[in-house]
Design a protein around this ligand. Structure first.
Ligand code: PMP
Length: 406
């Protein structure tokens, strides 16, 4: 049984009090975006009420206060992910931005004959930027296959690796299946052939607190909005040696050392990759979101979410004709399912009428849907503020949808 006081935790999330279609909201779309606690909302309001100003440029007090708060947030992110140096923390607009920054930066480091490896269970944002990179450079994209349980076939991964491999990219946790991938093994094996690794932590970071120095990963990307923070902000971690080598992604203010029309020199890290006015308030709120989650504790969060997922799995499987996709040994917080003969969209629509928010569709992971030969799934994804009663409502709702649609 969990040590968390869920009733008290739920009071931190004002949105959980609202009704949807006349019913109390049951929010089970946490893998798409998590909800925001009052503690983080307060930080956002305090910023706009008290010290909204541009950073790193004004001598005036407000600008200094905003700059200080933004840099404190960077340090919180550094500490949370156990990153060696604060200049290795690059603020981005989210995971997609971080991946595109790295994929674009690698253009001058790849050539025809080189190979890059992706996993079969990626979000489109960890596929498309690399395909674009391959188009620019002539490098070849190889895919680590998966099995029907939704696990990567690691023997095949090891076979794909060679001296031609320059880069490997993989998610830490699959947003469509919930699989926790063996990233330690993936990173270690890639490094043996001198390939670099980018891990997409978008889906993992709300459930697992990764130690990036211990992982020895080259790049790790996350979005704040999946972990109790606001949208439009995220982190790219890069090893300093790589961030020094990669060219800037965007040109503009803040990322320069000196500009003349003949030549521009670039600012030091992290500013080299932070052109223009960033999401200042978002960055500060990201720091507050990490404080909030750490005050609850990631071990307790993971344990409770596991309990919820197993309970929901058991209950859902009692429904005849219901199939869950992905049954990995290591899995977290996501259940993707279908009922035989019923379109996932129809189930999602009926659940919405009951106030239950789930995601339906391909979850930006079409290759996974192709693998299972389905158009999409219904996905329920859990957070630490969800309850067993909400799982019961989901199960009841699915049963009701089934009886209406059959
Ligand atoms: N990768 C994974 C595994 C994700 O779940 C998501 C968000 N669904 C992304 C990448 C993209 O994140 P964002 O839209 O915040 O850039």
């Amino acid at each position: 049984q969990t040590s968390l006081d869920i009733a008290t935790i739920r009071k931190d999330f004002p949105i959980l009090n609202r009704k949807v279609n006349g019913q109390p909201l049951v929010y089970l779309d946490n893998a798409a975006t998590s909800q925001t606690p009052q503690q983080v909302i307060d930080v956002i309001v305090e910023y706009y009420q008290g010290y909204n100003a541009n950073i790193h440029r004004g001598v005036h007090s407000l600008s200094q206060e905003a700059t200080d708060a933004y840099e404190v947030a960077r340090k919180k992110i550094q500490a949370h992910f156990n990153i060696a140096k604060s200049q290795e923390v690059i603020f981005t607009s989210g995971t997609t931005h971080g991946i595109n920054l790295v994929a674009t930066g690698f253009t001058s480091f790849l050539q025809k004959g080189d190979e890059v490896i992706v996993s079969a269970m990626e979000h489109h944002s960890n596929i498309v930027p690399w395909q674009m990179l391959c188009e620019r450079t002539g490098a070849t994209l190889k895919v680590i296959p998966m099995n029907v349980e939704g696990e990567l076939i690691m023997e095949e991964y090891h076979k794909l690796l060679s001296e031609k491999t320059k880069l490997v990219f993989c998610n830490h946790v699959s947003n469509a299946l919930g699989t926790i991938n063996p990233i330690e093994e993936i990173i270690e094996a890639a490094h043996k052939v001198s390939a670099s690794v980018l891990i997409d932590g978008a889906q993992a970071a709300a459930h697992i607190k990764p130690d990036l120095q211990a992982l020895d990963v080259d790049f790790y990307v996350v979005s704040a909005h999946k972990m109790c923070g606001p949208t439009g902000v995220g982190m790219l971690y890069g090893k300093e040696e790589w961030l020094k080598k990669l060219p800037p992604y965007q040109g503009g203010g803040e990322m320069i050392a000196e500009v003349t029309f003949e030549k521009t020199t670039y600012a030091d890290l992290p500013h080299k990759f932070e052109a223009g006015t960033p999401n200042i308030c978002g960055g500060i709120a990201f720091g507050a979101a990490l404080d909030y989650m750490n005050s609850i504790g990631f071990e307790a969060i993971a344990q409770y979410e596991d309990e919820l997922m197993h309970y929901a799995t058991e209950q859902l499987l009692s429904i005849e004709g219901l199939r869950i996709y992905g049954n990995a040994k290591h899995k977290t917080s996501v259940i993707s399912f279908n009922i035989e003969g019923i379109h996932p969209y129809d189930i999602g629509t009926i659940l919405d009428k009951l106030g239950i928010a789930v995601r339906t569709g391909h979850h930006c992971a079409q290759p996974i849907m192709d693998f299972y030969k389905i158009p999409g799934t219904v996905r329920a994804s859990f957070s630490f503020y969800n309850t067993r009663e909400e799982v019961d409502k989901l199960v009841e709702g699915v049963k009701r949808a089934k009886s209406m649609l059959e």
